[in-house]
Design a protein around this ligand. Structure first.
Ligand SMILES: O=C[C@H](O)COP(=O)(O)O
Length: 250
């Protein structure tokens, strides 16, 4: 039985005061939430968030991780550094990194591997652009994104990872994939993994991201292969985020 998982991705938002407010509001409302819950905050707020979240059931995460463990890599942050400040999870391969900053499948796979080696749980984001979907390439694009990770880190590494399906056309647009569209891709991803290792395929959490809101969360999370969500905009509002967290079906 897979436990539902809801992760907030704050992206490049917040200031110290709002970080404290948002985290304290989430902690005040999380109650007996049935989902595993985490937040991925901007790097500089990780020490502050770590203090606030220490000893609570909300996991702390980062939004990227270096593809090396130390050395002359200006501007990068290693898995070991993130662990030292209490991070348990890290997003890798978000579509904003792939598209705006040119991160290739190979670079994403190296970041993923570093996360695994550094005992951080990577949330591997995969997804197609609108153009790729319209050309019928959705499953091929996602297959290539996942295969590259298998080549670098092996399918067994998914025992310590999460996959997030985020169709690029649904990210930040207000237009979520339909439950049918999302379920179809989630099922495909699980089948793809199943060809390598059926047990891992059944165990791995595959979450959906792209305009998840309180209004559509329960319907999406009720689909058999959707194990929760990676929440962008709505994770910046404690009430909306908590409502999504409490929408999980168990
Ligand atoms: O990481 C989160 C996704 O990019 C989804 O963002 P969104 O909920 O604002 O569409």
């Amino acid at each position: 039985m897979r436990r539902p998982l809801v992760i907030g991705n704050w992206k490049m938002n917040g200031r110290s005061a709002s970080v404290a407010r948002l985290l304290n509001d989430i902690l005040a409302g999380i109650g007996d939430c049935k989902a595993e819950v985490g937040v991925c905050v901007p790097f500089v707020y990780i020490p502050q968030a770590s203090e606030i979240l220490k000893g609570t059931k909300v996991m702390l995460g980062a939004q990227n991780v270096a593809d090396h463990n130390s050395g002359a890599f200006t501007g990068e942050i290693s898995a070991g550094m993130l662990r030292e400040f209490g991070c348990e999870i890290v997003i890798v391969g978000h579509s904003e990194r792939r598209l705006l900053y040119g991160e290739s499948n190979e670079l994403v796979a190296s970041r993923y591997e570093q996360a695994i080696q550094g005992h951080l749980k990577p949330i591997l984001c995969v997804g197609e652009t609108l153009e790729q979907r319209e050309h019928g390439r959705t499953l091929a694009v996602i297959g290539a994104q996942i295969d590259t990770v298998f080549e670098f880190a092996g399918v067994q590494s998914l025992e310590h990872a999460v996959i997030a399906y985020e169709p690029v056309w649904a990210v930040g647009t207000g237009h979520s994939a339909t439950t049918g569209q999302a379920q179809e891709v989630h099922y495909h991803i699980r089948s793809l993994i199943g060809r390598w290792n059926p047990e891992v395929a059944q165990a791995v959490q595959i979450i959906y991201g792209g305009s998840v809101k309180p209004e559509n969360a329960a319907e999406l999370f009720a689909m058999p292969d959707i194990d929760g969500g990676l929440i962008g905009g709505a994770s910046l509002d404690a009430r909306a985020f908590l409502s999504i967290c409490h929408s999980v079906s168990v």
